[in-house]
Design a binder for this molecule. Structure first.
Ligand code: SAH
Length: 251
């Protein structure tokens, strides 16, 4: 990893979330899935500091294994799990989503909010499928075009930042190719971008700029994040985060 990539984590530490999301969306997604009552075994992939991990443990009554490659996020999640009296049902593992080291069929449910883009939607889903028991489900949120004709500013920004971004229909095809049956989708509300993500991040960026005005690598990274946020402010109708609710298809 380059030093700029490593330093990018600094912009996301200490925030309530590292991507768009909200507790209501996590609960809504969980309720839409045909998961048998009991204590499901859940894998939360790219959990970050784990706002959704805690919510998921609460609404599912299950056991959640939460993985991320950035250890400070896992430490923050462990702290929230303790505060919520959930240490016995939330386990963290520092692990890459590309090398998930669990036996086949370990989980009833795979969860991943705002993280599969690191591997690519189809590639991630395909690689993770073997971890599900037959009939198990996956809930994955992914940055998605909401229109076939995005405004030029949005098209051009994301053609560099995330060229693989698809429309909902494209992602459903990718999910089918990766061995899943699509069950449902919904788009996260705009409040899920602002309340616990962009708004606290803007405050953090301002603090970092004041503290490290001469740190050119950091200042360049901050400018990139600010551009992303301003783009969303203007063009939130063109793209959004979509939750994909899927079931492992029969072999
Ligand atoms: N699910 C959280 C975090 C989303 S941000 C939330 O919604 O708030 C994406 C997360 O993926 C970050 O925490 C980042 O550290 C993690 N990540 C990036 N590359 C990864 C990889 N190869 N394996 C595991 N986690 C990764």
């Amino acid at each position: 990893m380059s030093s700029a990539e490593e330093r990018k984590f600094e912009l996301y530490e200490g925030l309530p979330r590292q991507g768009p999301g909200c507790a209501e969306a996590t609960r809504r997604a969980f309720k839409m899935l045909p998961i048998a009552a009991g204590r499901p075994d859940i894998l939360d992939i790219g959990c970050g500091s784990g706002a959704q991990t805690v919510e998921l443990a609460l609404c599912s009554g299950g056991r959640v294994t939460a993985v991320d490659i950035h250890e400070p996020f896992l430490r923050a999640l462990e702290e929230s799990a303790r505060e919520a009296w959930l240490e016995d049902r939330i386990q963290t593992r520092a692990m890459s989503m590309e090398l998930l080291d669990f036996p086949d069929g370990t989980f009833d449910l795979l969860w991943s909010e705002g993280a599969v883009y690191n591997m690519g939607f189809e590639k991630g889903l395909r690689a993770w499928r073997r971890l599900l028991r037959p009939g198990g489900c996956a809930a994955v949120s992914e940055l998605t075009w909401l229109t076939a004709y995005p405004p030029e500013a949005a098209r051009s920004f994301w053609s560099t930042a995330y060229p693989a971004m698809g429309e909902i229909s494209e992602n459903l095809d990718r999910a089918r190719r990766a061995g899943y049956e699509p069950l449902d989708t919904f788009t996260l509300p705009e409040s899920a971008w602002w309340d616990e993500y962009y708004t606290p991040q803007l405050a953090k960026l301002a603090t970092l700029e004041r503290r490290y005005p001469k740190d050119s690598v950091l200042i360049a990274l901050i400018a990139g994040v600010r551009a992303e946020i301003e783009l969303y402010r203007r063009h939130s109708a063109a793209y959004g985060y979509v939750f994909y609710l899927l079931r492992r298809a029969a072999d």
